[in-house]
Write a protein that binds this ligand. Structure first.
Ligand code: UD1
Length: 421
């Protein structure tokens, strides 16, 4: 298993190119199951989760070729509507196949994802959505067995504005009979991107990027080519890297409009920003100012940037409070940051962070994707050597992060830590 060895304390300088958005690429790959044919998807990030999804599509019978951020997916022979436990347990986003498989084949057998390192992450809204569309669901040996002769359009109110449930229901509803209206729908840019792809395939969807999405079912869809939007979380993470190390970084191939709240917070925390159409530069002002953050659904501050913010605030010149309203248990990075010298007290879903003058390198353990990003950021700013173990988590969602950081002047290398977990 790999670890990162980081010698921290060096300000990062330079330009880094942002990859395509993981959370848009995953549902878009799945949406190709909705119509048989050959698709070309561009700006696909080279990530472990993307390879896992490609593997799942192959199990279903699709042919997938992936090279240099271009993916060709041929779904003409895809006809095995099943998502096995072995894959779903490694990537919860596998649940996205439920909607398209039901819509296209009238049946699906998808493993229930189970627990998550951040506490409960139910999929009840996905399942209720499919039932409302007319599917019959049963649970059998940990698998959801879903059947529907023909899905029927219907109004669906989401109790929680869930990204995954909105995407899944949208993909099922595009081939249903009649109109589906999703209320309290997710407005996240990744859902808008999925919607744009579905529209390119011929779907009738209105209200993308708002809380009410209207879908008029069509008889059939056709293959389309598409370019994935930039990853706003990767961009945000690199901008924090610039500020936390006291450096100056430009992220290119980015979409500043998707980062409004994060950019406002970075400025409040002392970052000097220059925003252009597709790039954002940050320069450290010499101090990190304590800045509270509360996560919220888009366009609020993203939960996927919560851990990175705690790392930044660990070095602020004062106290701040970071609250996660989306995932109240998503704080496994806190004890690891404390190993580097951070002063953080956890109370319910809030982290009370008292900035310290410096962090000191130490061995730390990644526990999930964004937690690992926070540890890498803290290690880049810490004095001395840190070994960040279990970086397979970070490989799920950051494309070659060590190479991108190295390019910015970081002293980071990947090593096999010789351990098997
Ligand atoms: C997606 C992102 C993830 C991000 C999250 C929130 C992908 C692949 N992953 O995850 O990186 O952190 O959005 O922005 O896009 N909920 C329910 N029932 C459900 C589904 C969700 O109660 O059936 C709750 C969750 O527990 C959570 C909230 O809704 O409290 C938001 O979750 P959701 O938006 O569904 O997250 P994901 O789609 O799983």
């Amino acid at each position: 298993m790999d670890k990162f060895v980081i010698h921290g304390g060096k300000p990062l300088h330079g330009t880094v190119e942002i990859s395509g958005a993981k959370n848009a690429a995953l549902p878009i790959m799945v949406a190709t199951l909705l119509a048989p044919g050959v698709y070309h998807i561009r700006n696909v990030p080279e990530l472990r989760d993307v390879r896992t999804m490609a593997h799942l599509l192959r199990i279903i019978g699709a042919r997938v070729q992936f090279e240099d951020h271009q993916m060709e997916i041929d779904t003409r022979d895809a006809n095995f509507p099943e998502a096995p436990y072995e894959l779903v347990k490694t990537m919860r986003a596998s649940i996205y196949v439920l909607g398209p498989l039901l819509a296209r084949y009238g049946q699906a057998r998808v493993s229930l994802p189970g627990g998550c390192a951040w506490g409960p992450r139910p999929v009840d809204l996905h399942l209720k959505g499919m039932e409302k569309l007319g599917a019959t669901l049963t649970l059998d040996k940990g698998y959801i067995n879903a059947r529907a002769k023909k899905l029927q359009g219907t109004p669906i109110y989401l109790d929680v504005s869930s990204v995954g449930a909105t995407g899944n229901i949208m993909m099922a509803a595009v081939l249903a009979e009649g109109e589906t209206v999703i209320e309290n729908a997710a407005e996240e840019p990744e859902i808008v991107d999925l919607g744009h792809f579905l529209q390119k395939m011929g779907a009738h969807i209105e209200g993308l990027g708002t809380k009410t999405i209207r879908i008029q079912g069509v008889k059939e869809l056709e293959p389309a080519d598409y370019t994935i939007i930039p990853d706003r979380i990767e961009a945000g993470t690199f901008l924090v890297a610039g500020l936390i190390t006291g450096g100056e970084i430009t992220v290119t191939h980015a979409e500043p409009n998707h980062l409004t709240e994060v950019l406002a917070k970075l400025e409040e925390a002392g970052g000097i920003l220059e925003v252009k159409e597709n790039s954002i530069s940050i320069r450290a002002s010499g101090e990190i100012r304590p800045t509270d953050v509360t996560t919220a659904v888009y366009p609020g501050y993203p939960t996927d940037m919560q851990a990175q913010w705690i790392a930044l605030m660990a070095l602020a010149n004062g106290s701040s409070v970071i609250t996660d309203t989306i995932y109240p248990d998503r704080f496994t990075h806190v004890p690891e940051l404390q190993r580097l010298g951070a002063d953080i007290v956890l109370k319910n879903n809030s982290a009370f962070v008292k900035g310290v003058e410096k962090l000191i390198g130490a061995p730390v353990m990644s526990t999930d994707l964004r937690a690992s990003a926070a540890l890498v950021l803290a290690a880049l700013a810490a004095e001395g050597r840190s070994d960040v173990h279990r970086v397979y988590h970070i490989d799920r969602g950051y494309e070659r992060i060590e190479r991108k950081l190295e390019q910015l002047g970081a002293d980071i290398r990947r090593e096999d830590d010789g351990k098997y977990y």
